[in-house]
Design a protein around this ligand. Sequence first.
Ligand SMILES: [Zn+2]
Length: 389
Amino acid sequence: MLRALFSTIVGALILCLLVFAFGRPVLRMVDKGVNRVSTRSPATAPPEVARLHDRLFIADLHSDALLWDRDLLQRSDRGQVDIPRLRAGGVELQVFSMPTAFPLFANYRRSPAFPDIMAVAAIAHRWPHATWLDPTTRALQQASALHRLGDRVRLVTDARDLSTANRDSAVVRAILAVEGMHLRGGEIASVDAMFRAGVRVFGLAHMSDNAVAGSAHGWKKYGLTPFGRRVVAHIDSLDGIVDLAHASEKTIDDVLAIPNVKVMVSHTGVDGTCPGERNLSDDQLKTISAHGGVIGIGFWPGAVCGDDVAAIARAMRYAVNVAGIDAIALGSDFDGAVRTPFDAAGLVQLTAALLAEGFSEDEVARIMGLNALEFFERSLPAGKPNPGD
Ligand SMILES: [Zn+2]
């Protein structure tokens, strides 16, 4: 018995050491393997489309770029997002989401919460020891990676930071989001720690059920737990936003039954063009829109049941027909271990596809960014007035 325990401990230590020593090259290989662009078609468009695209305010509601071992200030041949590519694609506002736990046996239908491979990723990254076992610290670690990007990225923490008065073409504005409230020991103080680090969007669930809420992919898919209700009330008291992406049907119903909580769905598909566990029904689209929420349509096959840009535009057309033109936005899921038809630099292709889908230029402008901008203007904390205002 003792001998077995001893060998298990030694085995685990050797494994940790190997992951620590050789993990980073493996992480880069994984990054290259899972964050793929399916067609290397050029990011060009007819001149009149390119001119329209250049005039648009473009915002995307979900990218996991902070998770990977890349210098986001440099253009990379891996993944789908970095600052040069965001600027090349015209993106002025990007929500950077931070996953905190990920089950080894994750699948859309029913995922057990353990084992959690984010622990292995944290060791491979050589993140501080605290992140090996604590999901909240993993979010704080990724937030610090954003803070280190310097003045090419401006962190948006209140509505005043969104003022378009001082638009600077070299700067990307960033909103921090957490993907999965896997709070340690039910600590509500973790919400405060994340808020202090700049997090304004709180995704309750990710690939597995947690102590706060059930996931669309969870083992039990329950709704908000009693602790989850306290967490949502606390997020609301801080003027934070609840993200319902990945949430179970019951969780979505439970949150929408709470008056005045600000909600969004950062990355999703719609059942109308792509039935699936994590995609929204017509009723959910209508209710979230009526609640004032914005809904980001994803770019990957699991969201739109296709791997070309026309499938994304089709899903957006369907969603607009059901939820209204003011509710729909971009929810790429770039760098979220998904294959997409283009990377951030190629977003002009979506502008072209939306026009081909029959949207007017004003409608394209709303979907490509104005809806997201206006949602955050009305949802983020108002911010303190500058002296002299
Ligand atoms: Zn996701």
